[in-house]
Design a protein around this ligand. Sequence first.
Ligand code: ADP
Ligand code: UVW
Ligand code: MG
Length: 402
Amino acid sequence: MKVLVINAGSSSLKYQLYDMKDESVLAKGLVERIGMDSSIVTHKPAGLAEVSEVSEILEHTTAVRKVLSLLTDKEHGVIGSVDEIEAVGHRVVHGGEYFGESALVDGDVKTKIRQLFDLAPLHNPASMMGIKAAESNMPHVPQVVVFDTAFHQSMPENAYLYAIPRVLYKKHKVRRYGAHGTSHEFVSKAAAEFLDRPIEELKIISCHIGNGASLTAVQEGRSIDTSMGMTPLEGLMMGTRSGDLDPAIVPYVMNKEELTVNEVNSMLNKHSGLLAISGISSDMREITEGMQKGDANSKLAFEMYEYRLRKYIGSYAAVMNGVDVIVFTAGVGENSVVLRKKVCENLTYLGVELDEELNEIRSGEPRRISTANSKVQVLVVPTNEELVIARDTNRIVQGLKS
Ligand SMILES: Nc1ncnc2c1ncn2[C@@H]1O[C@H](COP(=O)(O)OP(=O)(O)O)[C@@H](O)[C@H]1O
Ligand SMILES: CC(=O)OP(=O)(O)O
Ligand SMILES: [Mg+2]
């Protein structure tokens, strides 16, 4: 079965076409700057050269149409016709308490995803655009949604409740949901496999550090706490998100600066984090470069980012009464040698011993970066959220046939 995986952002759409016979990726790509003057489409068919073009793509339906035309293109295509795509899988960040697992898309599922727009304002509306775009271009193809929050539904009440009036949970479902669960689950399983240990015996701290960033304490293979909260704003300092702050700052700043709810939300989600502190960029590559060139603001941004990450690692070691494995994943976690080094240098009290040479090796495979004597195994495990989405989609759609 061929499965198209779509990860839609507000102005971008990432895609991968899988052949589930052997889980190979036939093609993958990205449509960026949807709705802006000139959109950029990048398409990489397996075994062929990448193609990139600038075109006018005003909304997600057109983006999906463009993807389908590239997938079936005479020169750059990998399938003869769109009919070969038997299912579409979508990443959806917020499933609230509705979804503890992936689901086949129907009217009810769409209504629930819409109800959760407020809880993931940067992500859920974009996913819905992706779903609608796929539906209008492939009306007879079954669609599956895979939720970032699903893996975290195992958290106990003492971890997911906030210490505020209980009525807010009862009336409005105010609680911790977390995110990046697909990734945390994938890398923690891969870590156990790499170590050849049953996951049930391991205490794992999974660090997904990309554009958005979150940590999860994984015990006996289940998420027992995670740093993102009701929305993906809580927890670590991120590219453009503040992460944790004193909640009293919000009304205080709103009052002093005469900001509306939308404005303060936008400030904390889009204009904070690395970007706000460095004044340069939300991208860790540019921050590291700035720091190495002696830019004081980039240095401070890096230090705050690392410091907060380390505080969370310490707190999750406390939550599990120990830690056997620390896993780094996603854009920053997989690539930033210097961030991993700084974090590990300050975790010697836990028994972490970094092997600096192993830390410098670049590879797309799971690997150990701690020494053979390190009490805690530190691993880099490339995440693959798309593969998990393709597997779930395949399983659910195959189930429809039987
Ligand atoms: N070599 C690198 N060194 C440091 N950071 C990197 C490197 N490569 C990528 N990144 C970071 O990874 C981030 C993107 O991570 P990714 O997991 O792809 O995010 P998302 O899926 O949220 O778009 C970028 O913002 C960039 O800061
Ligand atoms: C939930 C979240 O932060 O996702 P991303 O890292 O893709 O922005
Ligand atoms: Mg991501």
